[in-house]
Design a protein around this ligand. Structure first.
Ligand SMILES: Nc1nc2c(ncn2[C@@H]2O[C@H](COP(=O)(O)OP(=O)(O)OP(=O)(O)O)[C@@H](O)[C@H]2O)c(=O)[nH]1
Ligand SMILES: Nc1nc2c(ncn2[C@@H]2O[C@H](COP(=O)(O)OP(=O)(O)OP(=O)(O)O)[C@@H](O)[C@H]2O)c(=O)[nH]1
Length: 433
């Protein structure tokens, strides 16, 4: 366990604001992660050449004092022993609060690594408020304004003195999954259904990309990473419409993902907007699972709806369809299973000899139409890369490969290369290229 800095404090003292300030994002992350009870959130940060994991134990939103104490106890047991430094945050504007004293009691055994952070000291006038917090009994007190960044540098200078290592390791391996869909189709409900139970064993990592949160979780020994852009705080002066913004957000998530779950509302069937989002996934050659959610209020049977979806979203013919009732957790296991299957195809790598055999088999069955009276030949074929599986053909007439034929060809390739559930990218090159 290395270089862990834990933020603790009662609700509303500014823990998240400090967290964001420390990871150095202007509109970084997590106001509230929609609906998911977040116990804590972690991110990698750096100060004075030292890396550390900063942990916001933000989930303390108790109704009662008893509940708060129970929560604090949990955090103290799970997080505090692993921490190199504890940032105990209090509210300098409001003054000392009985809940602060409660939390302080639990921190005394660890007093030598506690820095008491008096937040919301936005100006000189408020500095006199700091004095009363000395009664909490911690030696090192730092008046700061997390919002304005005041005093945070001094605080971090002190923090890094406690850190032993230079670098920290974070695990970022796993299938990257994004949930894409119109508002209200049930994305958050699905994510909740997935993240409940014991599946979340790792906590969110922010800060790997500028404006997305990655939530790693395990299911049946498989690692997944949920890409979430929904919890990202919006820049305050967005001039574009909401519509534009949410498409932008979807694009970001699609770009970061390996497998996109395109969620549609089964009570309405596929809409124009669903088609548009599906098109974005297809054009980026991402793996895809189509999720027909709200099956409990669908006017169609699964078979009927499948027919409609296949017709409307014909260009996602490689994507399996899963039927779910997110609010009841129905279909969720099946969904995770399909994500895994799609990912396996998405990362398949075939030998050149195998690819060549498949290509020539297709050509012998149905070659491209003759080009200017000449036969179209493929000299050589190979798989250039995975994610997506990318097949390169070297041909005498690249212009002879028209869209229609290419679509047919890709479909056959998927069959012969046994890549049933992932898109294939076909690159046609002339001999000179
Ligand atoms: N004036 C002032 N307000 C601040 C400062 N830091 C945070 N706030 C405000 O205090 C409120 C609570 O901030 P959060 O960062 O959400 O507090 P939190 O401790 O994470 O709260 P929970 O998520 O409920 O645990 C917000 O309205 C912030 O804008 C500060 O330095 N000065
Ligand atoms: N009947 C039914 N209702 C559902 C189902 N899944 C979600 N809902 C409801 O649909 C509404 C929207 O669900 P959310 O999960 O918030 O949808 P979302 O796609 O995350 O919405 P945005 O955050 O606006 O993008 C909520 O009222 C859910 O309770 C389902 O399977 N069946």
């Amino acid at each position: 366990m290395s270089n862990r800095v834990v933020i603790i404090g009662r609700p509303n003292v500014g823990k998240s604001t400090l967290f964001n300030r420390i990871i150095g994002k202007r509109y970084a992350i997590v106001e509230d992660y929609p609906g998911v009870t977040r116990d804590k959130i972690e991110a990698k940060a750096e100060w004075a050449g030292k890396e550390f994991i900063i942990v916001d134990t933000g989930g303390l939103v108790p109704e009662t004092k008893d509940e708060l104490i129970r929560e604090v106890k949990k955090v103290v047991e799970q997080e505090i022993p692993k921490a190199d430094v504890i940032l105990f945050v209090v509210d300098g504007k409001e003054g000392l609060n009985p809940l602060d004293q409660e939390i302080a009691k639990y921190l005394y055994p660890y007093a030598d690594k506690v820095l008491l952070v008096v937040n919301k000291i936005d100006n000189l006038r408020q500095e006199k408020n700091v004095a009363e917090f000395y009664t909490l009994g911690f030696e090192k007190i730092f008046p700061i304004s997390a919002q304005h960044g005041k005093g945070v540098g001094e605080l971090l200078d002190e923090v890094v003195k406690y850190l032993k290592e230079e670098k920290v390791e974070t695990v970022e391996e796993g299938i990257k999954v994004a949930f894409i869909g119109r508002p209200n189709v049930g994305k958050s409900s699905l994510v909740n259904a997935i993240l409940k139970d014991e599946r979340v064993i790792v906590s969110p990592i922010a800060g790997t990309t500028r404006d997305a949160i990655e939530i790693p979780f395990r299911w049946k020994d498989k690692n997944f990473i949920l890409i979430d852009t929904a919890g990202v705080r919006r820049p305050s002066n967005v001039e574009y419409g909401i519509e534009f913004y949410s498409v932008g957000r979807s694009l970001k998530a699609i770009d970061l993902a390996d497998v996109c779950c395109l969620v549609i509302d089964a009570s309405e069937g596929p809409t124009r907007q669903d088609k548009r989002l599906g098109g974005l996934i297809e054009r980026r050659y991402k793996g895809c699972v189509i999720v027909a959610n709200k099956m409990d209020i669908s006017p169609w049977s699964e078979e009927e709806l499948e027919g409609i979806i296949r017709k409307e979203l014909f260009f996602l013919d490689f994507a399996p369809i899963v039927f779910t009732v997110a609010t009841k957790g129905k279909g969720v296991e099946e969904l995770l299973n399909w994500i895994d299957v799609v990912y396996k195809d998405y990362t398949k790598q075939h030998k050149t000899s195998f690819v060549n055999r498949a290509v020539h088999k297709i050509l012998s069955e149905k070659p491209p139409p003759r080009y200017r009276g000449k036969e179209v030949k493929v000299y050589y074929a190979f798989q250039e890369s995975t994610k997506p599986p990318t097949i390169v053909l070297i041909t005498n007439y690249p212009d002879a490969w028209k869209e229609n034929y290419k679509r047919f060809f890709i479909k056959k390739l998927r069959e012969y290369l046994n890549i049933k559930y992932a898109p294939i990218k076909l690159v046609i090159k002339g001999r000179e290229d």
